[in-house]
Each structure stands twice: as structure tokens, then as C-alpha cells.
Design a protein around this ligand. Structure first.
Ligand SMILES: *Cc1c(COP(=O)(O)O)cnc(C)c1O
Length: 360
């Protein structure tokens, strides 16, 4: 984990926060690492998906922080505790709202709205896909909102590199805001890589206008934008051989440490790979039994040898949190890269593996 990168991303988010007057929450599901939560003092809190996330956030951030929660998976028996822990809960469906909202008080009630405007190229990522499970269909809300609802939430993007989809959805949400003067807040979700978007002007203007026109608090809840580019996966080449005329390098990691590689067919960026012009290429494969445990084919000026280090970058979000010990291979050690060097933060061993599978 590169602490300097997180700091730089925080500064970009803080600048948007200052210029627009919005509030910014970290979507902790991307990486709930405690040192990341501890550096959120420049932001307003977190958005959480579950009881465990909400508990961890409250313990680390203390009483003052905002904790927003939305999930299709609210459990009735957990709701009283969630209502105490969270400042805001956005219900995912009208039945979920009706069945649970009264089981606690002291939190602000919202609805996650599904604006039915698809932007994701891959349907598996698309909250607005047909028959979606995420959010109340906006057409069900055109008459009026249920009594007690103070806020609206939407989240429809993944890794967005320009704000056009956000502006489009916000324009549709404005219809609901106009007919509902009781609303106090609008949470516009995550899904944008703010540090990689050169001009935040359209976003800042949108937030300023929504706050002024409707007298509401506006929230953003980025996950990957804060941590995505702030971690590296270091790996060592264990074996090298030819397979049907191509070189295969077996690594001491696997796609089980970075599951989106397999789930979404992504090829993660490798620091040592050369682009065009590099003569040699090799397939980087993980060390598990699964045939599809492959990171992809990479080009090199010189083929890495057994024992050499290779480094994947941009693995901060949705990798470690989804990592498993499949095949009995250990989870990665976690080092914090600070100004004075890398410090070991967490290391797992055989005892942790055994504890997971043995009740003794
Ligand atoms: C996952 C998620 C986020 C964060 O998404 P990023 O793509 O990491 O910015 C924010 N809000 C909700 C509701 C989410 O499900």
C-alpha cells in the first residue's frame, strides 16, 4: 500500500469537497484496511454495505463520522444495531423500507433509486440491467415518496472517466427532487475515478446548483478513486517453460488474490512490461490448479527469469478484500510504503489457515 498515493487522492477529493460544498464518504468495501480508514479525517465518513463494515467504521472513526449504508441484504435481526451505528440508511426496495424502517430510529431514512439509465458496457456490472436487484425503479416513485423518506441515493457507474453519465442521471433525479420538498440529502454514489478526470468543473457546478436550488446536502461515495492506484501486488517468478510455442511464467500469486482479473477478464497493468516494440512475450499464470488462473500475455524486452520480481500496479480496490486462500496458498503480506520505506503491516501464516477450517 502506497500511503503517498492515498494522500494525493485524498487531496483531490478534498479539493472537490471544498469547491462544491458536498460531503465525501469512502466506500469501504473497496478495501476496509484500518490504516486507510484512519486517514479519512479529511473526508466525512464512510459508506458501508453490512453490519461488520458499519461496526468497524464506527470503532475506527468514532462518534462524529457519517456512516451511510445501502444493501439489498438488510437482515431484520441486525437492523436495530445498524440503526444505531449508521447516520443514514438508503433502503434498496419499497418492501425493504416498509418491513424494516421502523425497527430502529435515530438514523436518516433514504431510498436507493434505480434511474434505469444503463451506462456499463458489461451487463454483469450494470445496476440498471433488466430485472435489476439494485434500487427502487424510478417509475414507481413518480407519484410520491413514502412518508419519512429524507434522502435519495443512486449509484450506476464503475470506473467512470468523465462526468457525463452522472450529469445525465442527476437531471433525471431532479424531477424527484422538485416534487419532494421534504428531501434533505442526495447521495450520488461512487463509480468515478476522480483523480484521473482532469476537469472537475462540471461536477462542482452540478453539486453547487443542486445544493442551492433544492437546499439539500449532496454526498459522493468513491471507493476505487481513493485506493485503486494506491497498491501494488509484488510477485516472484517460480517457474518458466514453453507451452504450445509460448512462454509461461508461473507466479507465486494467483487470480485468487485479484479475482476481478478472472471475473471480468481484465489484464492488470504490470510495471515491468514493455508495450509496442518489445520482442518477447510471456503468459503470466497464477500458481493455483485452475486452468484459467492466468493474468494475461505481456510483452518484455527481456524475458524475466525464475526468481525475478514482477509488480502489478493499480490493485488497491476489490483485490485484497476478495482474496482467498484457495489451494492453501497464503494471503499476501501487507506492507505500508511510507516516506522512510516499506513497513510490514500484516502477515498471515499457517495458523490463520488452520483456524479458518478447524473449530479447535
Ligand atoms: C461499490 C459502491 C460504491 C463505490 O464504487 P467505486 O466504483 O469503488 O467508486 C459506492 N456506492 C455504492 C452503493 C456501491 O455499491
Amino acid at each position: 500500500m502506497d500511503a503517498g498515493r492515498i494522500e494525493a487522492n485524498l487531496q483531490i477529493l478534498s479539493a472537490i469537497r471544498r469547491a462544491s460544498g458536498c460531503r465525501i464518504l469512502y466506500s469501504m468495501k473497496a478495501l476496509p484496511l484500518v490504516p486507510v480508514l484512519e486517514c479519512l479525517f479529511a473526508l466525512d465518513g464512510v459508506s458501508a454495505s453490512s453490519l461488520f463494515e458499519a461496526r468497524l467504521a464506527r470503532q475506527v472513526l468514532g462518534e462524529g463520522a457519517d456512516i451511510h449504508l445501502t444493501t439489498p441484504g438488510l437482515r431484520g435481526h441486525e437492523f436495530a444495531e445498524l440503526g444505531d451505528l449508521c447516520s443514514h440508511i438508503s433502503f434498496n426496495s419499497l418492501p425493504q423500507f416498509q418491513n424494516l424502517n421502523g425497527l430502529a430510529n435515530g438514523y436518516s431514512k433514504g431510498l436507493r433509486v434505480n434511474p434505469k439509465l444503463p451506462f456499463a458496457a458489461d451487463r454483469r456490472y450494470d445496476p440498471c440491467r433488466p430485472h435489476s436487484k439494485l434500487g427502487v425503479d424510478i417509475s414507481l416513485l413518480d407519484k410520491c415518496l413514502p412518508a419519512g423518506v429524507e434522502g435519495l441515493h443512486f449509484h450506476t457507474m464503475f470506473s467512470g472517466l468523465d462526468f457525463q453519465p452522472l450529469l445525465t442521471v442527476a437531471a433525471v433525479m431532479e424531477g424527484l427532487l422538485r416534487q419532494s420538498p421534504q428531501l434533505k440529502w442526495l447521495n450520488m454514489g461512487g463509480g468515478y475515478l476522480y483523480p484521473q478526470i482532469a476537469d472537475a468543473g462540471p461536477l462542482i457546478a452540478l453539486i453547487g446548483r443542486l445544493r442551492g436550488e433544492f437546499n439539500i446536502q449532496v454526498y459522493l461515495e468513491p471507493g476505487k478513486a481513493l485506493v485503486g492506484n494506491a497498491a501494488y501486488l509484488l510477485t516472484t517468478v517460480l517457474d518458466r517453460f514453453d507451452s504450445d510455442g509460448k512462454t509461461v511464467l508461473v507466479l507465486d500469486t494467483s487470480v485468487n488474490h485479484h479475482p476481478e482479473v478472472f471475473e471480468y477478464g481484465l489484464q492488470p497493468a504490470l510495471l515491468e512490461a514493455d508495450g509496442e516494440g518489445a520482442e518477447q512475450s510471456a503468459i503470466l499464470a497464477g500458481s493455483s490448479c485452475m486452468a484459467g488462473d492466468v493474468f494475461g500475455e505481456y510483452r518484455f524486452r527481456r524475458l524475466p527469469a525464475v526468481g525475478e520480481r514482477l509488480v502489478f500496479r493499480d490493485v488497491g480496490a476489490y483485490s485484497l478484500i476478495k482474496a482467498s486462500r484457495f489451494n492453501g496458498y497464503n494471503l499476501p503480506d501487507i506492507y505500508m510504503l511510507e516516506a522512510d520505506g516499506a513497513h510490514l503491516y500484516r502477515q498471515y501464516g499457517y495458523e490463520d489457515y488452520r483456524r479458518q477450517w478447524d473449530k479447535r
